[in-house]
Design a protein around this ligand. Structure first.
Ligand code: G6P
Length: 608
């Protein structure tokens, strides 16, 4: 969603701000803008790509200076227009501001400001905050920001500059991430470390209600009431290579191909084959509560919801603990019953998804132990849970989530084994499953080696506008994920569902040649899946089957077979999803879409 970059130092700010915005493009946006202070305030905004903004700024030639801020906007309040793009400014005092989040009480504040003569130029909540700071400005930007934020309800990460104070930049946070990267005699502030890492190795992560005043000489952190805070500076756990494309054409492609090594990192140090046990340092302090849990609730959105659905099967199947999985957005508002012994697990790549975060708060407030299965270290969900297990799959930049999915499934498998082994799973059974788990990355490599054939099969159907993805048991959520991937980046309509459900309505959609992708690997429901395949085939559907290597039988039913190596059924989603990720990728490429910047989507959705 929205992205912030700001700079104060001794170099020209504009090139650094534009480079930072380009690194944030993956998060999804629809307009961009930039402001610098050099004598006066200069602001430029543009609808569309950062490249449009860049052309305008460079064409103008006047965007010089060593203090500035920039933004990519993903519309929430008001449509996608230049007037609604950030930075917003208050002409009276030459204040410019960029904002991620939502100011909930903006309407009341707007009326108050209009009564005081402010004329609004946009439909945004952000302009209200900008003008409120302007209204309260009395020669000190830091105090004006503190005073304004005391009046505000909602979520924000903001950066503010003022033409009257060319030596300071003020930033603040509540509920939306913001980091101050510390370079040598310069500071780069951003909502995402990928915009900072090229310039700084150390950073200060703002906590909620922190206001930080940054000058070229240093920074000062305080509360909204101006009580000084001791800032915690940390090493940035990210290097440039991790966020560069290298030899790949798209981040999504890179991340699909990174999965074997990403999973090796997820599993590293967590499997003790000799003792037949799983070691999870991040949750060990709560091992007793977790093992004695009477119920797990898994909650997430998007792709993370699909991995959580697999987690439900894993926890019930391996650990035999009643488990529910639910969209965080629904769970939060249905007055959920949380009994003693409930463990809620929030699954999230970014750790910032607003719906997931509020579901977590709700469950926590009602007494559940809150665990996080998160990728981004230090993210809000990671910090607001009692304990957690990081994915360790590295930064995921492609909007369509891939390696985070397999990482989430791997971590939920570890969690289920952790509980199972402490309840009734024997060390030998656990060691056997560990051996199989360790073999998964190599098996994904085998699937990736056959990517070309997956591309050919996909391209045969590239003109079709409707696809079905069908699976049973552990592979029902994989079918959902396959359909979501295809929708997200190729804009083809796809539905994923339990294979048996197809008979209860969707079968009416099947027409001649309609692609139906079946997860038909060997497992408990193999024969039933075969029957479902026959039902679709006899109505003219074109069957693409993801099957277990060596299964010749399926050739008599399926039009195309994509093989995956054999593995225990409970681990199979980490294999069967890979051909579906590649199909979505190749379909989007064949249709000429911008794979890493799909229309309307955002990488991290920080509004409910
Ligand atoms: C957005 C992204 C999806 C992601 C979902 C949940 O919609 O586009 O790829 O699955 O948010 O995100 P999270 O960061 O919580 O996993």
């Amino acid at each position: 969603m929205c992205g912030i970059v700001a700079y104060i130092g001794n170099r020209e700010a504009t090139p650094i701000l534009l480079e930072g915005l380009k690194r944030l493009e993956y998060r999804g946006y629809d307009s961009a803008g930039l402001a610098v202070v050099n004598g006066g305030l200069k602001v430029c905004r543009a609808v569309g790509r950062v490249s449009v903004l860049e052309e305008r700024v460079e064409g103008d030639g006047g965007f010089t200076g060593t203090l500035g801020l920039a933004h990519t906007r993903w519309a929430t309040h008001g449509s996608v227009t230049e007037a609604n793009a950030h930075p917003h400014h208050d002409e009276r005092n030459g204040i410019a501001l960029v904002h991620n989040g939502i100011i909930e009480n903006y309407a009341a504040l707007k009326t108050y400001l209009q009564e005081r003569g402010h004329v609004f130029k946009s439909e945004t909540d952000t302009e209200v905050l900008t003008r409120l700071i302007g209204e309260l400005y009395d020669g000190d930007l830091e105090s004006a920001v503190q005073a304004a934020l005391r009046e505000v309800t909602g979520a924000y990460a903001i950066a503010v500059i003022c033409e009257r104070e060319p030596d300071s930049l003020v930033v603040a946070r509540k509920g939306s991430p913001l980091i101050v990267g510390i370079g040598s005699d310069e500071y780069i502030i951003a909502s995402d470390p990928s915009a900072i890492v090229a310039h700084a190795a150390q950073a200060l992560t703002l906590e909620d209600y922190n206001v930080v005043k940054v000058t070229r000489e240093g920074f000062r952190s305080s509360t909204l009431d101006n009580i000084p805070l001791t800032p915690k500076v940390q090493q940035l756990e990210l290097d440039l290579e991790q966020i560069e494309l290298g030899s790949y054409s798209h981040y999504m492609q890179k991340e699909i191909f990174e999965q074997p090594n990403a999973l090796r990192n997820t599993l590293r140090g967590r499997l003790d084959r000799a003792e037949g046990r799983v070691v999870l340092g991040g949750v060990s302090a709560f091992a007793k509560e977790i093992v004695k849990a009477r119920r797990f609730i898994l909650t997430a959105q998007g792709t993370a919801l699909h991995s959580a659905m697999i987690g439900e099967y894993l926890l019930e199947d391996l650990a035999k603990v009643p488990t529910e999985c639910e969209y965080a957005s629904e769970f939060r508002y249905r007055n959920p019953i949380i009994e003693d012994g409930t463990v809620v697990v929030a699954v999230s790549q970014s750790g910032e998804t607003a719906d997931t975060l509020s579901a977590l708060h709700e469950a926590h407030e009602r007494g559940a132990l809150a665990l996080g299965v998160v990728n981004v270290v230090g993210s809000t969900i990671a910090r607001e849970t009692d304990a957690g297990i990081y994915l360790r799959v590295g930064p995921e930049i492609g909007v369509a989530s891939t390696k985070a999915f397999t990482g989430q499934v791997a971590v939920l498998t570890l969690l289920a084994m952790f509980v199972a082994r402490r309840r009734f799973m024997s060390p030998d059974d656990c060691a056997d499953l560990i051996r199989e788990l360790e073999a998964i990355p190599g098996k994904i490599e085998t699937i990736l080696a056959g990517a070309e054939r997956i591309r050919e099969v996909t391209e045969k159907h590239i003109e079709r506008e409707n696809w079905l993805f069908l699976g049973r048991g552990y592979n029902y959520p994989v079918a959902m994920e396959g359909a979501l991937k295809l929708k997200e980046i190729s804009y083809i309509h796809a539905e994923g569902m339990p294979a048996a459900e197809m008979k209860h309505g969707p079968i009416a959609l099947i027409n001649d040649g309609m692609p139906a992708v079946f997860l038909a690997n060997r497992g408990r429901q193999y024969d039933k899946v075969m029957s479902n395949i026959s039902e679709v085939k006899s109505r003219g559907g074109h069957i693409i089957a993801v099957a277990t290597e060596g299964d010749q039988n399926i050739r008599s039913l399926a039009d195309d077979v994509l093989y995956v190596p054999e593995c225990p059924e409970c681990l199979s989603p980490m294999l069967t999803v890979v051909p579906l990720q590649l199909m979505a990728y190749y379909a989007a490429v064949a249709r000429g879409h911008d794979v890493d910047k799909p229309r309307n989507l955002a990488k991290s959705v920080t509004v409910e």
